[in-house]
Ligand binder design. Sequence first.
Ligand code: NBP
Length: 638
Amino acid sequence: MSYMVMGVSGSGKSTVGKLLAQRLGLHFIDADDHHLAPSVEKMSQGIPLTDEDRQAWLQKLNHLLLEAERTNQEVVLACSALKEQYRQVLRQNLTLPLKIIYLHGEERVLRHRMRSRQGHFMKDVLLASQLATLEIPADALRVDITHPPEQIVEQIIQFTTAMHPSSTTGTTASFGIIGLGVMGKSLALNLAGKGITVGVYNRTVPGVEEKVAERFAEEHPQQPLVPFSDMDRFVQALEKPRRILLMVKAGKPVDLLLEQLHPLLEEGDLVMDGGNSHYLDTNRRTIEMHNHRLHFLGVGISGGEEGALKGPSLMPGGEREGYQKVADLLEKLAARDQRGVPCCTYIGPQGAGHFVKMVHNGIEYAEMQALAEAYQLLRFHLNFSPAAIAEEFTAWQSSGLNSYLLEITIAILQKQEDGGLLLDKILDAAEQKGTGGWSTTAALDLGASLDPIAAAVMARYLSAQKEQRVQAAALYGILPEQLVGVPLLHAQQLRQAYEAVRLINHAVGFELIRQASRQYLWHLNLSEIARIWTNGCIIRSELMEELTELLQEETPLLQHPRVVERMSGLLLAFKETVAAGLKANAAQPVFSSALNYFLGYTTAQSPANLIQAQRDFFGAHTFRRVDQPLDQSFHVEW
Ligand code: NBP
């Protein structure tokens, strides 16, 4: 097979191409050496070439490739080949495959390289026009140019090896993924697209799931994916220490796979569970795998299918030593924050990664429900059309409330099907997979308040009782009342209430993490957790950027001076929104429980003294007195 190393000027095509040719013992062709004289002259004057200028040059290169093929010579061609139509000319009449290696670099890196290059005819002013012209081939092996040329070439060779595993004698993959469902496939493509050879395995269920890995690799012939249906061969094909990510359904399948895997592994190998496993299961599995002298990480992954493909937020927890063995790959896999730092950090020991992912999902539940409640008020009580709500939400985006969930809500409100809103055709019964409920249980176990998140979980359960709701609606005849024209509520107040709800949702979520950190001695860094949630994950938002800074201090979020000032300014609109909404028959589980939580949280003298008195009255449970030392308990014959 021959190769074409392509990319814009400054990407290092010639260097990488030449080195690759040397390593593989192939003939090297540098396309720059074959430009016609008028084109070289034009380029040195900073004049971009036209397609017409390029035509004769591309045909000349195509002849060279055909000639190499005719004489059974494999070659490495270094050529910009920016457009698909140029690549078509280059490939014309070739019968053998021409593997495309695309050298990818950010503009500032390319510009810097161009400026430090002496005596090359390509002016750096042409770079912008090249980048505008570039059509990245979907089937190319994409390699990041920030690595040294030797490393890039190594990646390309690994890729070749992966494509032809039979030509190798041992190791073929740097990373292994078990479970090729939605997430496993996307994560494999993410890593493979970065030049990492990924061994992929999926179970075989006769007649139902057969050759899943093989079919997946066949669908992506240009990616360095090495498929296996045999667990033993899969394990043997991995570089040591082995790094294996399980992307299977949480629960029993994880235990079954670990049982199957551990006898095949060697001391120091690492297994990661990337599914939404319960953190207590991860605690247990960490110990079990440790006893087998294996490393184990519970890796929370957020971002859905698209995030997995383009860069998710990763929350790895477990033994730090295990993390260090895979940090390079996980950081490559992850999204980047605003400063270009990977949205991946070592979270803490045991099941800390899965705990944090669980709370992420809890916050996600409350954020989704809050948006649903805002939508409901606008649509059914303030008479906004779906298009007007989308417009209103778009305005919210530019007033500090931007978030991924708000973005997708706007898109949902605009999605039409057969001339009507698709949303109106969706059954109003929310489903769930458990993580929101687990957060609530964890809060109960840890003695933390989680009101709006718990309310969001319960709201989903209530929504799922569709039949009973329809019957009850008919029995009571309670209908949404219009708030239009009534000076009780308008969209601006609702916006402020929504802002307050979000602050509270996040505050309770982070407090739950703080509580777990204290109780389990995990030493979690809340600010760093907020940072890795600023991109790649479902709850990424402008607010999360701010929380990264606010959480650097130990102060609970709702007591941070900036939050106190903000909440104080929002409170009136928040109360008016909830009051008006309830009065107009709008159920607002998250809005109202967030408000209740907030009012309770800011009440210095609560009525809990009465609770204590009642407990002592009927059960002699004792109470503490404000006029006596607090380490003493009292009982009274009531
Ligand atoms: P899918 O349902 O798409 O895929 C599940 C995978 O688990 C399939 O490869 C399936 O194999 C495999 N599997 C099952 Br089910 N039972 C197995 C067993 N006993 N042994 C071996 N493999 C088994 O799920 P997904 O959406 O890719 O999610 C995978 C994990 O990631 C889950 O824990 C999920 O909660 C978590 N997660 C999902 C998302 C998301 O947005 N989807 C985001 C973050 C985390 P088969 O093909 O042979 O049935």
